[in-house]
Design a protein around this ligand. Structure first.
Ligand code: ADP
Length: 438
């Protein structure tokens, strides 16, 4: 480049030298004017050629040029080629990304902050019936008109996916997973979970049917055992012991069947019966009395702290079941003469019910799994307490149905606190029908 500049300067010097010589020998300035004009015209021509080359639609070879202009064309051509290569590479990447997204078994949607569809893949056409020509840039909730999707996107709580039937085919169950990125932009993955859904339904039906079918034979068995226990003389100690154990085990089975049926109901029914204002004072006092009876010889000190007017919107039967499961666990898993505290309070985050004990506590590694069915950290201890292993699973489901959550705090050797947190929406703010709890 430097040498080109030097030769351009040389060219100007030679041209002006010749023009100056001619001007001196002819004694007129015209040769200088003509030389200058010629130089300017030549540059203007080059500029014009450059302009028409740059503005043409199809990119062609640069015009022939020498000197500084030739150099400029070579550099520009080099830059053009580099940019073309970068563009081709980018287009290739986009093409590959699109093909891979189209090959996905899941539908992929991109929506902007106004909820408009910016992109969807081929599977979305199949699952949701979208058409590129008409649905691009439309508001997603106008295309899938389901209030549950609208509320889900509005609430912005995407930890749990949403399941809905496909707008194209009622028999297809779709699961929506939303990931937020950028300001208001969302990536939605839509998965076909019809098969899983069917399997899950089969599992629920199976458990419900088996539990239901076991109920009658168990009642008959228990009835006979009770009659037999009443008629066998005290001297026949071995027979009495055997009958007594059979009676205990059938009671356990009855409790299991009862809990399994309860879980099935909680899983399959709609939570519509959870809208009554439940008076808690009397309910919790009664539960404390029941807990004292259950405590029996252990003589635990059970206290209740609940405001006299405390009311919570929910299902009376479900709340009673959840609270009594937590209270009976505290009685079962803490030693004689220990203290158990039952509390209910409200604050700006909602309502809270807690049961604290000073029992043996739970190792932190077990806490996340405690609400799984039949999960027991210590199975040997379980046989002494005679629980079903379903109590906390029932509590968890009831809390989900009340839009709340169960918190478990525990320290080995010190005790545990189980807290049910209810959202603000479940507090009673205006006069509502009060459920009878006695
Ligand atoms: P179950 O009591 O019938 O075994 P749950 O689902 O009610 O079933 O409880 C699951 C397990 O959690 C229990 O087996 C017990 O090990 C543990 N657990 C529950 N409550 C307490 C508590 N208050 N203190 C210590 N461990 C507890």
């Amino acid at each position: 480049m430097k040498s080109r500049l030097a030769s351009e300067v040389n060219r100007i010097l030679i041209l002006s030298g010749i023009a100056a010589l001619a001007a001196v020998s002819l004694d007129t300035l015209w040769p200088v004017v003509i030389a200058l004009a010629g130089y300017i015209v030549w540059h203007l021509r080059q500029l014009f050629e450059l302009y028409s080359w740059l503005t043409q639609k199809e990119h062609t070879e640069p015009p022939d040029s020498s000197g500084l202009w030739g150099d400029l064309y070579t550099h520009l051509e080099h830059l053009f080629r580099k940019e073309r290569r970068a563009q081709e590479e980018l287009a290739g990447i986009i093409q590959r990304a699109q093909s891979s997204v189209n090959a996905l078994e899941d539908a992929v949607l991109l929506i902007d902050r106004h909820g408009r569809l910016e992109y969807f893949n081929q599977t979305a056409e199949q699952f949701l019936g979208f058409r590129h020509s008409q649905d691009m840039n439309q508001v997603l909730t106008n295309l899938i008109r389901d209030p549950r999707l609208y509320n889900y996107l509005q609430q912005g709580l995407f930890r749990e996916p949403l399941e809905l039937a496909s707008p194209k085919d009622d028999n297809r169950i779709l699961q929506y997973h939303v990931t937020e990125f950028g300001p208001g932009d969302r990536l939605i993955m839509v998965r076909d979970v019809t098969r899983l859904h069917k399997l899950e339904q089969m599992r629920k039906d199976f458990v419900a049917n088996v539990s239901h079918e076991l109920k009658t034979p168990l009642t008959v068995l228990k009835g006979y055992l009770e009659t037999l226990l009443g008629s066998v003389p005290d001297e026949q100690t071995r027979l009495r012991r055997a009958l007594h154990q059979m009676d205990q085990q059938s009671s356990r089975m009855e409790a299991l069947v009862h809990d399994l049926l309860m879980l099935s109901r909680l899983e399959s029914s709609q939570p519509e019966g959870v809208q009554q204002a439940v008076l808690l004072h009397g309910l919790l006092q009664r539960m404390r009395d029941d807990a004292e009876t259950l405590s029996g010889d252990k003589q635990q000190k059970i206290s209740v702290d609940v405001p006299a007017e405390a009311r919570l919107i929910g299902s009376p039967a479900e709340l009673e079941s959840a609270f009594s499961n937590l209270i009976s666990n505290a009685v079962k898993y803490s030693p004689a003469k220990s203290e158990i505290k039952i509390r209910y309070w409200q604050d700006d985050r909602g309502a809270h019910f807690s049961v604290s004990d000073t029992g043996h506590g739970i190792d932190p590694t077990h806490i996340p799994r405690l609400t799984e069915r039949f999960y027991r950290p210590d199975s040997s201890r379980h046989s002494e307490t005679g629980g079903t292993g379903l109590g906390l699973a029932i509590v968890k489901h009831i809390m989900i149905r009340h839009q709340g959550k169960l918190e478990i705090k525990s320290e080995v050797g010190k005790g545990s606190t189980f807290i049910c947190h209810f959202p603000q929406a479940r507090l009673v703010t205006k006069p509502t029908a009060v459920a009878a709890t006695h």
